[in-house]
Design a protein around this ligand. Structure first.
Ligand code: DCS
Length: 290
């Protein structure tokens, strides 16, 4: 999906072709920055406050001082959507880096962070949402601070590429057999009517869609248990699903070539997908009518 023409750069609205960064930029050279991906339905943000709060938590965690306030930032992002006349489903990508400075591991002094945001159209992936996806399992080779949404994504990229090369959508990551999350989504296992997922320790990203799920599980009458599960629990699972801003709540129907139950999305996953559509004010209710 192409980037819409108006982008936000250092709090200014400019044309996407005018964005230029020097060679010595902290994110380009060190991955020294943070980011967010925010979902848009019919031109409106979904879970905006959750994303903005997490962005500032990430900034604090990497000791990055960003002088734009949360309120100002939300106004700028809303204006970005309006200026691009985005009225359909889409997403915003935004990142903040420690800035441009001569290459040195030590933080540069008196350097402004580099900040940009852009908008893209993103139709819902109805095929995946309805039919589910296949995934692989893969060792979690990341660092110990995965709660920070940092730009250092090489282990995530390599795990996802391995999944892709095997015709799969995602990689379920595990540390010594304990499932943490996926390369770019959170993962959940359903067993005997309960949903299990890794607690929000430093080893996983606390997903904004997960925060929404935590809110609406009670309405659906299901218990969410924040206990990790193991790789070898997967084949005994009743259901498995993943969540992220771009994937919403996607059923997982096959892991490492083995079907989960009958290889069809489960009932609890469907209930959560319906709750998601309601929570996000999605008008079409396409899952509801499956
Ligand atoms: N875990 C990881 C490692 C992620 O990268 C993401 C989001 C999530 C979980 C789910 O978080 P949200 O529910 O807040 O989206 N990854 C974003 C990304 O890099 N592209 O799309 C979403």
């Amino acid at each position: 999906m192409s980037v819409f023409p108006v982008v936000l750069s250092q709090s200014k609205f400019i044309h996407r072709d005018s964005v230029k960064y020097p060679l010595e930029e902290r994110a380009l050279q060190f991955g020294d920055g943070i980011y967010e991906v925010i979902r848009i339905y019919n031109g409106s943000f979904y879970l905006l406050d959750e994303h903005i709060d997490r962005l500032y938590r990430s900034a604090e965690a990497i000791k990055l001082t960003f002088s734009v306030s949360k309120t100002e930032l939300k106004e700028l992002l809303s204006e970005l959507v309006v200026r691009n006349n985005l009225t359909e489903d889409g997403k915003i990508y935004m990142q903040i880096t420690r800035g441009s400075a001569p290459r040195d591991h030590i933080f540069p002094k008196n350097v402004e962070p580099n900040f940009y945001a852009y908008v893209q159209a993103l139709p819902r992936n109805l095929q995946n949402l309805k039919n589910g996806v296949s995934v692989i399992t893969h060792p979690d080779e990341r660092w110990q601070n995965c709660y920070i949404k940092s730009l250092n994504l090489l282990p995530n990229v390599l795990a996802k590429q391995t999944a892709f090369e095997q015709g799969c959508y995602e990689a379920i990551l595990h540390r010594d057999g304990i499932v943490t999350e996926c390369s770019s989504s959170n993962v959940y296992l359903v067993k005997d009517g309960k949903i299990y997922t890794h607690p929000t320790t430093r080893n996983i990203l606390h997903g904004c869609v997960r925060m929404a799920i935590e809110r609406f599980v009670a309405d659906v009458g299901i218990q969410l248990v924040e206990e990790p599960f193991k790789i070898h629990d997967i084949q005994e699972a009743d259901e498995l699903f993943l969540s992220s801003s771009t994937s919403e709540i996607t059923p997982i129907i096959m892991v490492d070539g083995q079907k989960i139950q009958d290889g069809k999305p489960g009932e609890i996953t469907r209930k959560l997908q319906k709750a998601y559509e309601k929570d996000a004010n999605i008008l079409e209710n396409l899952i509801t009518n499956v």
